[in-house]
Design a protein around this ligand. Structure first.
Ligand SMILES: *Cc1c(COP(=O)(O)O)cnc(C)c1O
Length: 225
């Protein structure tokens, strides 16, 4: 099926549930992204700084670019001028660097804290304890140029729906708790990014309001990343 057909089907499916669709365009060409753009898609996610920096000038400037992959502190400067949302903040050190670079560009950069919910050791992300420590730190409280607008999580890569469902449930529960404890009067803390092509339906049943779909829109990637 074409990129346009895939997109329209997914959009149709999520129309009723107020879920934001991020088209994950990593490894895909500028032409393929343009096809999705022409079908109306405006939010795209990339997981490599270099790819993001190359694609940004080659595509329409009203695209909202999300960084969804592990971000090294020394690369923040390349995306700070234009990135719309950094979904993969997994340390206080990284958050500080984003704040510093956003300030240089006179911006406030929206961020999601990436929470480790999967069984796999290899997936990046903060533990619940680390999040609470971060939010209580003096360093965080002094930051003027970042805004934490929600959480992101990647479930275990498994066929076992029960495991995935429990991980999403846990993340939603943590999100609700943080909202009450740390973001009470701050209605900008409202994004819960969970769900990819294989598990987005399950994620939505568990309260996701942002899904990140790559292969479900663009077809499978040559080398899996
Ligand atoms: C690649 C990627 C996705 C999309 O994965 P698909 O299975 O192709 O939908 C979503 N989130 C993150 C963080 C990714 O790296």
């Amino acid at each position: 099926m074409s990129i346009e057909t895939n997109l329209l089907e997914i959009k149709n499916e999520i129309e009723q549930v107020q879920v934001t669709l991020v088209a994950v365009s990593k490894t895909k060409s500028v032409e393929e992204i343009k096809e999705a753009y022409d079908a109306g898609q405006r939010i795209f996610g990339e997981n490599q700084v270099q790819e993001l920096v190359e694609k940004h000038p080659a595509l329409p400037q009203d695209i909202f670019w999300h960084m969804i992959g592990h971000l090294q502190t020394n690369k923040v400067k390349y995306i700070a001028p234009f990135v719309h949302l950094i979904q993969s903040v997994d340390s206080l050190k990284l958050l500080k660097e984003i704040d510093k670079n956003a300030k240089k560009h006179n911006r406030v950069i929206d961020c999601l804290l990436q929470i480790h919910i999967a069984e796999e050791e290899s997936k990046f992300g903060l533990s619940h304890e680390e999040v609470i420590e971060l939010l209580r730190s003096g360093d965080y409280q002094q930051m003027q140029n970042i805004r934490i607008v929600g959480l992101m999580g990647i479930a275990t890569n498994t066929e076992n729906g029960k495991v995935i469902k429990e991980e999403f449930y846990e993340l939603k529960t943590f999100f609700d708790g943080l909202k009450i404890s740390f973001f009470k009067e701050k209605d900008y803390f409202n994004i819960l990014s969970m769900g990819m092509s294989s598990d987005y339906r399950l994620a939505i049943t568990q309260g996701s309001n942002m899904i990140r779909l790559g292969s479900g829109i663009f077809g499978s990637r040559a080398n899996k990343q």
